[in-house]
Design a protein around this ligand. Structure first.
Ligand code: 6PG
Length: 235
């Protein structure tokens, strides 16, 4: 596991962008599972501006590590956020965008999206393997849409599952632990002082760390890199 600690969120996002660029230049094509929430906005804005002319998006396939079970026009939609900050500003073939259909019934969509990943992605040990998975961590310790009260999803036999935000009851379709751990590159982008408490527990194996999915992220064959800013990494 590697930690890259930057002075602020913009620098951390830029560090990840350069990592993504290095992978893009070294491989014919990339499958990338995006995270949602707000942290990735800085990254997406950088990819759509500073690095706009350095990426051939025809060679990158975008997926989502999790999606809220809402229509793509809903402000809660991770797809909508990604369109606003990235997809609307880059030249990417529609066929390279593989969104979770949040408007579907959750269980049906988890099955559909899991089948899509099994069909589209390389399989390693009979589990779909992304080239890159971008993950975040919530202030409550959730990652993707695996929440501490559903930590068993880190060992789910399914490719995708339905996670439930315990505060709002909102259902989400999420990758499960075995798929996350099967990626060639697992990259956390975690910034801001609000993440420091949980990250300290995870890195120091203290407190409730065992209930946080990130503590169970352990690549089966790939690499794990944390892109953080100083405020998130104060131990
Ligand atoms: C989601 C995300 C989720 C996110 C964390 C961090 O759909 O909510 O995928 O796992 O990465 O909640 O969210 P912020 O970046 O908003 O802090």
């Amino acid at each position: 596991m590697e930690k890259q600690i930057y002075k602020d969120a913009n620098a951390a996002a830029d560090g990840f962008a350069q990592y993504l660029l290095s992978k893009h230049k070294s491989q014919d094509s990339l499958t990338v599972a995006l995270s949602g929430g707000s942290t990735p906005k800085i990254l997406f804005d950088l990819l759509a501006s500073k690095y706009l002319n350095e990426i051939d998006w025809s060679k990158i396939h975008l997926y989502w590590g999790d999606e809220r079970c809402v229509p793509p026009t809903d402000d809660d939609s991770n797809y909508k956020m990604t369109v606003e900050h990235l997809i609307s500003k880059i030249n990417i073939p529609e066929a390279n965008i593989h969104r979770v259909l949040g408007e579907n019934l959750p269980d049906d969509e988890a099955d559909r999206y899991g089948a899509l990943l099994n069909k589209n992605l390389q399989s390693i040990n009979d589990i779909p393997a992304f080239d890159i998975i971008i993950l975040g961590i919530g202030t409550d310790g959730h990652t993707a849409s695996i929440f501490p009260h559903e930590i068993e999803l880190m060992n789910s036999p399914s490719v995708c599952a339905v996670g439930i935000n315990p505060d709002s009851g909102q259902k989400r379709v999420t990758l499960t632990g075995p798929v996350i751990n099967n990626a060639k590159s697992i990259c956390f982008l975690a910034t801001g002082a609000s993440k420091a408490e949980k990250l300290t527990e995870i890195f120091n194996k203290t407190g409730n760390y065992k209930t946080y999915p990130a503590a169970h992220v352990s690549p089966t064959h790939g690499e794990l890199i944390w892109f953080m800013d100083e405020s998130a990494s104060i131990q």
